[in-house]
Design a protein around this ligand. Structure first.
Ligand SMILES: [Zn+2]
Length: 79
């Protein structure tokens, strides 16, 4: 089943899953998850690439097409 970007007025198909952790002020971008999850949002590539996070938050892009800036910490979180 095709999933759509969660942004209002955007009809692009979703390619990225966004997850966030309020306690750690961290936002993650991953390749689209196999199943929708209540704690995540699906975004199209355009909205994922232009995503900005609030001041003091960390954005971690774990999509493999992008070279990770913080590969060590990302790997620890993923394991
Ligand atoms: Zn979109």
């Amino acid at each position: 089943m095709q999933r759509r970007c969660a942004r209002p007025s955007c009809n692009e198909s979703a390619s990225t899953t966004l997850a966030y952790d309020y306690a750690n002020r961290t936002v993650w971008l991953d390749h689209l998850a196999d199943e929708a999850h209540p704690m995540t949002h699906d975004l199209c590539a355009r909205h994922a690439d232009t995503l900005s996070v609030p001041r003091g938050w960390i954005l971690q892009d774990r999509r493999t097409s992008v070279t990770p800036l913080f590969s060590d910490s990302t790997r620890q979180l993923a394991s």
